[in-house]
Design a protein around this ligand. Structure first.
Ligand code: NAD
Length: 290
């Protein structure tokens, strides 16, 4: 396939490299990032999109996605698919898909889970929104870049799945960290706490697979000085997207709202910026209620 790839940062570069490795012809564009091996760079987003069967975007946010879409949609060949894998707000995903359809194109929003490690290994999970025909066209690309793709419904539903998942993740990570800090104060050893909770009703991915306590459970960023992994800044971005969506849809999400507040304080007023999102544990360790 002839593929355009716009946004070749931490995630986009290894995803594009995997497509090249699988034999696809990839033309890229990025404002600053260098060309991944085997990717021919164009000198504008429109040039990278022109004549391509699929154009993939992996960009920082919805505002940038809307701007890039306005530039590339007129350049795209009729019937081509715009596949946005960025994490953006549901409204931007739906607006871009509507603009693509109005221009005679197809669109799929397919944010990912799995981080930079998953992007490099080709083991991402894609959660996709769009028509059956659009999903079927890009499915072989999901199989190269990832290990699982779920078609979640029409445009925007991929983003909806992503922010609902990450709202649960943010809340369970905070709950796991505050419970460890409470256990410390009660004199309960962390390894005993892990042993009990990881096989009891308090278990979660945050506890079992990504334990925030160093030296306990499988290897995680806690064992590496809380170097990300999944940065607290990105968790904050996703929690803000879920609160924005909840407001727009009139949904009551009090735990998501509190998690967004805690991560905002952690990233903006404490030492959380650039640290893994599980570094909430040392934050709670240091604090009493006062
Ligand atoms: P990044 O900042 O490393 O990459 C974004 C790239 O987009 C940069 O190279 C930047 O130069 C480029 N860019 C910005 N504006 C552009 C424009 N107008 N035209 C062309 N290129 C432009 O970010 P990332 O970590 O690769 O994340 C990309 C997306 O994936 C984000 O939406 C993020 O939320 C999502 N995501 C990231 C992770 C992760 O662990 N990093 C995990 C899941 C989802």
């Amino acid at each position: 396939m002839k593929i355009g790839f716009i946004g070749l940062g931490n995630m986009g570069a290894p995803m594009a490299a995997n497509l090249v490795q699988a034999g696809h012809e990839v033309t890229g564009f990025d404002l600053t990032a260098p060309a991944p091996e085997g990717v021919a760079m164009a000198d504008s987003a429109a040039a990278a999109a022109q004549g391509r069967e699929v154009v993939i975007t992996m960009l920082p946010n919805g505002q940038i996605l809307r701007a890039v879409a306005a530039e590339i949609l007129p350049a795209m060949a009729s019937g081509a698919v715009l596949l946005d894998c960025s994490t953006v707000d549901v409204d931007s995903a739906r607006a871009v898909a509507a603009a693509a359809e109005a221009a005679g194109l197809m669109a799929v929003d397919a944010p990912v889970s799995g981080g930079v490690g998953g992007a490099s290994a080709g083991t991402l999970t894609f959660m996709a929104g769009g028509s059956d025909a659009a999903f079927a066209t890009v499915r072989p690309l999901f199989d190269i870049m990832g290990q699982k793709a779920v078609h979640c419904g029409p445009s925007g539903n991929g983003q909806a799945a992503k922010i609902c998942n990450n709202m649960i993740l943010g809340v369970t990570m905070i709950a796991t960290c505050e419970a460890f800090a409470l256990a410390d104060k009660l004199g309960l050893a962390r390894d005993k706490m892990f042993d009990v909770v990881s096989t009891s009703s308090g278990y979660s991915w945050s506890m079992n697979a990504y334990c925030p306590a160093p030296g306990i459970g499988p290897a995680s960023p806690a064992d590496n000085g809380y170097k990300p992994g999944f940065a607290a800044d990105l968790m904050l971005k996703d929690l803000r997207l879920s609160q924005q969506a909840a407001e727009a849809a009139d949904a009551d999400t009090p735990m998501g709202a509190r998690a967004a507040e805690l991560y905002a304080t952690f990233v903006e007023a404490e030492d959380g910026a650039g640290r893994d999102f599980s570094a909430m544990l040392p934050r709670f360790e240091k604090r009493g209620r006062g």
